[in-house]
Design a protein around this ligand. Structure first.
Ligand SMILES: C[S@@+](CC[C@H](N)C(=O)[O-])C[C@H]1O[C@@H](n2cnc3c(N)ncnc32)[C@H](O)[C@@H]1O
Length: 194
């Protein structure tokens, strides 16, 4: 679970709109919490997310996140996120649009600099090592705007090294309850000396 409020380098006042890309829509939890923060903070977010194997309705209905989060999130929004058609951009709420891409990360090609923030929420490097490679991280790097950020939950040394090889600078951040650290990878502004 990633928290928008832990990303001080992305200021909505500076960039107006935040273009988010999530790897692995899954249960929709990250999308739901981000939509909640977008409306709470009045920050406009275009949220794109890629998913290889969408969950069937019986699974996401059974999760009952809106009940777990009580009044914080809205059950109608949660259903809207899941029922939104694939491969189309849909307005979910005044500050939040959603594009769910049905496909694999390996085949996805981002336009240069189209995203400001990436939630890298693939299954773990032990389970899916093919998604935690320098090549994949390079693709994400080129898809990020300068000053853009990728966050992920793995802080393994191999992952940090792969991210640095792809061009990122990295920093460990305190994680949410139950997780000591998460990782922030930053596409820094290149100083050409000109
Ligand atoms: C850890 S879960 C993501 C959880 C999700 N972000 C959430 O908020 O519930 C990882 C997700 O990545 C998806 N996935 C696995 N392989 C993928 C691939 N090659 N490309 C895109 N998505 C993939 C899985 O189906 C799964 O839903």
């Amino acid at each position: 679970m990633f928290a928008l409020d832990k990303l001080p380098s992305l200021s909505a006042n500076e960039i107006g709109k935040i273009n988010v890309f999530e790897v692995g829509f899954g249960t929709g939890l990250n999308a739901l919490l981000t939509q909640f923060e977008a409306e709470k903070q009045g920050v406009s977010i275009n949220y794109s997310t890629i998913e290889a194997s969408p969950l069937p309705e019986s699974c996401w209905q059974a999760l009952n996140y809106p009940h777990l989060f009580r009044s914080r999130v809205d059950s109608q929004i949660f259903a809207k996120l899941h029922l939104a058609p694939w491969n189309q951009t849909i307005e979910i709420s005044p500050h939040f649009t959603l594009e769910k891409i049905h496909g694999t990360l390996e085949a996805f090609q981002a336009k240069t600099g189209e995203f400001d923030l990436v939630y890298f929420d693939a299954f773990s490097p032990d389970v899916q090592p093919e998604l935690w490679t320098v090549e994949i991280f390079r693709e994400i790097f080129q898809g990020l705007s300068t000053g853009g950020v990728m966050v992920t939950y793995s802080v393994k040394g191999d992952i940090v090294r792969a991210l640095r090889s792809a061009g990122f600078s990295t920093v460990k951040l305190p994680g949410p309850p139950g997780k000591r650290h998460i990782l922030r990878a930053l596409k820094t502004i290149i100083n050409t000396g000109a």
